[in-house]
Design a protein around this ligand. Structure first.
Ligand code: ZN
Length: 382
């Protein structure tokens, strides 16, 4: 049934003579590049990236995703075509990778559900883009794409296996095994933000209670600050809240750095919640590296001590593989050092690529996909 979608796209692709991917039958001496798209909850970013991870050009559109999916998809495709036209004379286009927030069905290319993209529920994102471009697209969850980006070019670039937790408005996760994203059955794996950390905790948008997202996202930090103020426990936070109409998690972080006890306690909760989940992940996967990224990870100094304390307390696998004290910084946070034999130890560290992780990972998707699919595609053409 769902094959009819992809079949339609394939026929249109032929009819339109759209972008021809250079995966097949091309000279091998030209450099390869790919287009990565990061469709965030607030804006849309598109980049042409070469096979070494060098950004050739990046476009950030002012597109507000709330203005509707057709408008967003249209602008996305215009920007992709612009970049392809600009760089195709000097390199082979490996393909187009698109990272989207929400849970997706890999097989049908459907965005099943996205809290950040209202009106996109059960939307065939992959097909819509493919029809407009006349080229195949690799669709991926944005947190998975971010994990792949960090594994390719960021904090985990020296390991093949890693896990990343992305702390943003919500909390996402990605697991990369042997340089490839672990997808599970349908592509919905890695929802690390919805692992329970408090059995009877705060209700979550996913329908559960006490999810990591309710204690470690920017939204959660702000909520916990409001709760502390309401209880009369945080006078300084209350003052900041009254003075700043745009009071956010960032302000809570700044106050914790200045030594405000209630603000510090909030990041203690953040660290503990992440630590509970990381301890579980260490016990399950025994991976060499766990990377914490997303906007809230810039508060690393504020939550890392409680995070590491919690992991140490809860995971005997971690204790057996903990880096020696020489690889730890003064605050107990791990120092990232490529010269260390880190494959034998469990490293928990912050991400390095910042907000570019998802964009770089999206560009990486077609590069590794084409490496697998090449023989099959050549066969179909023959
Ligand atoms: Zn949840």
């Amino acid at each position: 049934m769902c094959n009819s979608h992809s079949e339609r796209a394939r026929i249109k692709l032929k009819l339109q003579g759209g972008i021809i991917l250079d995966q097949t039958g091309v000279k091998t001496d030209m450099p390869t590049f790919a287009i990565g798209v990061d469709l965030g909850g607030t804006n849309l970013r598109i980049a042409a990236v070469d096979q070494h991870g060098k950004v050739l050009e990046k476009i950030t559109t002012g597109t507000e995703v709330t203005r509707g999916r057709d408008k967003v998809i249209h602008e996305m495709c215009m920007a992709i075509q612009e970049l392809v036209a600009k760089f195709r004379s000097s390199g082979h286009l490996a393909g187009i990778g698109v990272g989207v927030p929400g849970i997706i069905d890999m097989q049908s290319g459907m965005l099943r559900e996205s809290p950040n993209l209202p009106g996109w529920q059960d939307y065939p994102v992959k097909e819509e883009i493919e029809i407009r471009l006349g080229a195949s697209v690799v669709l991926e969850n944005d947190a998975n794409a971010a994990a792949l980006g960090e594994q390719w070019l960021g904090a985990a670039s020296h390991v093949d296996d890693m896990c990343m937790i992305t702390l943003g408005t919500g909390v996402g996760g990605g697991i990369v095994l042997q340089g490839r994203i672990w997808h599970g059955m349908t592509g919905m794996a890695n929802e690390l933000g919805h692992i329970t950390v408090e059995p009877d905790g705060v209700p979550c948008g996913c329908g559960s209670f006490g999810c990591l997202e309710q204690y470690a996202s920017a939204t959660a930090v702000k909520r916990m600050a409001i709760e502390a103020v309401a209880k009369g426990e945080a006078p300084e936070l209350g003052r900041a809240m009254n003075e700043d109409p745009e009071f956010s998690a960032k302000v809570v972080y700044q106050m914790s750095v200045q030594g405000d006890e209630p603000a510090r306690n909030i990041f203690g909760v953040v660290g503990r919640a992440i630590g509970i989940v990381v301890a579980d992940l260490v016990n399950i996967f025994n991976l060499p590296m766990y990377v914490i990224g997303g906007g809230v990870s810039s508060a690393w100094e504020a939550f890392a001590p409680s995070l590491l304390e919690e992991v140490r307390k809860r995971s005997f696998v971690y204790r057996a593989t903990e880096p020696s004290s020489t690889t730890r910084g003064v605050s107990g946070t791990h120092v990232h050092d490529d010269s260390l034999p880190s494959r034998r130890t469990t490293i928990i560290t912050r991400a390095l690529l910042g907000s570019d992780a998802g964009l770089m990972g999206a560009a990486r998707l077609p590069m590794i996909a084409s490496a697998i699919k090449l023989p099959e595609q050549e066969l179909k053409r023959a």
